[in-house]
Design a protein around this ligand. Structure first.
Ligand code: BG6
Length: 254
């Protein structure tokens, strides 16, 4: 029955909270690996959680990715919320529709807030990157990003992300060799949650998360189980919105 499934999912969430050490976990029905409607439900649930936790004046940093794009797509229009939405980091090699800049703009627009973008291309030389970040305008944006009060982010499999971002063959091999299983914010982590690689762009640093009021992660699908388990060890997450597919796979492997 529907009730039994619901109770089953509450159980799942409570068990996951303990196993992952995350104060609050929400589990939606289904497995987003297989079906788009599950990803939409995941996005809708995350969008509602986000709206409820935001306060006037919050600065929300968001990452890119197809999951975060779904959060923006599913965010319901409601009472205008005067928050500011910013991209968490500069260019990470994503296509335009799932870039953090795009998602920040979409979220701010539907919530009735404001947004700013950070135009830092991918694969800049260190020298060019430094010159760019010395620009007063970029400095201003970076300060705003690093002082965000809330962050909402996607979590990906390390090798899947390396492939999607067209990392070089050498980088890919290095990630494999280092046992990278997860990626978030442009950082790659091994099973123990240790950082094994990070992309050369600007914006949020992992240490900035400690200062934030709220850190929210959104990721589902059986295939993301190792990635979710890894990031839970890597940094603080206050709320994880996931699906049954990922939840069951995580619990089967511990
Ligand atoms: C990226 C984020 O854009 O999307 C990462 O920077 C995240 O933090 C990734 O790992 C997840 O992508 P998707 O498409 O699986 O939601």
């Amino acid at each position: 029955s529907v009730l039994a499934t619901m109770e089953g999912r509450t159980e799942l969430a409570l068990t996951l909270e303990k196993v992952l050490g995350i104060p609050r976990v929400v589990v939606v029905v289904g497995d987003s690996d297989g079906e788009q409607w599950v990803k939409d439900t995941l996005g809708f649930q995350a969008a509602n959680e986000l709206r409820n936790l935001l306060c006037e004046g919050d600065v929300v940093a968001v990452t890119g990715g197809s999951t975060m794009a779904t959060v923006a797509k599913m965010m319901p229009q409601g009472k205008a919320l005067p928050v500011r939405v910013v991209p968490a980091r500069g260019g990470l090699g994503e296509s335009t529709s799932i870039q953090a800049n795009t998602i920040a703009e979409q979220l701010a627009t539907v919530m009735g807030g404001s947004y700013s973008v950070l135009h830092v291309p991918d694969r800049l030389s260190e020298e060019t990157l430094k010159r760019l970040t010395d620009e007063p305008m970029v400095q201003e944006r970076l300060a705003e990003i690093r002082q965000a009060t809330v962050v909402v982010h996607g979590i990906g499999g390390a090798l899947q992300m390396a492939e999607r971002r067209a990392l070089s063959h050498d980088e890919y091999l290095m990630l494999e060799e280092q046992g990278a299983v997860a990626e978030a914010f442009g950082y790659y982590f091994n099973q123990q949650g240790q950082t094994v690689h990070s992309m050369t762009t600007v914006g949020l640093k992992l240490a900035d998360l400690n200062r934030m009021r709220f850190v929210m992660g959104v990721a589902g699908g059986t295939s993301k189980a190792p990635a979710i388990a890894s990031v839970a060890k890597a940094y603080r997450i206050d709320l994880l919105v996931t699906d049954e597919g990922a939840a069951r796979a995580i619990l089967n492997h511990v």
